[in-house]
Design a protein around this ligand. Structure first.
Ligand SMILES: [Zn+2]
Length: 170
């Protein structure tokens, strides 16, 4: 878990955020995570509060990136639930299956380019796995109603994209 007090401290003091992130226990996902990096601005143009990047090599650990907004929007338990039980899952996925590393923005491209569809389907499956994993963890029930609703909506969107692209392939 994440200590509420150190999270609140990191929220208030920008200069302490990196050391707070360095102290996070990624639990069973630790072997797949190289480090967690703080960004003063937004990441991915503000689309995501956190994200994983890795290199497309089997057995390579990922870096998790955290934007400014994460500290503004997440309660301590929401931060923990997303960081460990969503981003941690991505780090593990990329470790074992690096061919699936791609920008989620390609979801849209799949509607245009057939060649991308299989790749996008695999990527969506990984997203669905990560969302389900964070929802099944006990900490999810402690997230705000708004946060839980948001995650449920994104999962539904991912499932719809999956079904739509599957139909296009078949
Ligand atoms: Zn994700």
């Amino acid at each position: 878990m994440i200590d509420d007090k150190s999270y609140e401290d990191a929220r208030k003091h920008i200069e302490r955020r990196q050391s707070f992130l360095d102290g996070i226990d990624m639990e069973q996902y630790s072997p797949f995570v190289k480090g967690i990096k703080y960004h003063k601005g937004n990441i991915s143009g503000g689309k995501f509060l956190m994200g994983v990047d890795s290199l497309p090599h089997f057995g390579r650990q990922s870096t998790i990136h955290v934007g400014n907004m994460a500290f503004e929007e997440f309660s301590p338990v929401e931060f923990y639930n997303s960081m460990v039980h969503h981003e941690g899952v991505h780090a593990r996925q990329f470790y074992f299956n690096p061919s699936t590393i791609m920008d989620v923005g390609k979801f849209a491209i799949a509607r245009v380019f057939k060649s991308q569809r299989k790749l996008v389907i695999n990527r969506i499956k990984m997203e669905v796995e990560a969302y389900k994993n964070q929802m099944e963890h006990p900490s999810f029930s402690q997230c705000s109603f708004k946060r839980r609703k948001r995650i449920e909506q994104v999962l539904e969107y991912a499932n719809n994209c999956h079904d739509e692209i599957s139909r296009q392939i078949s």
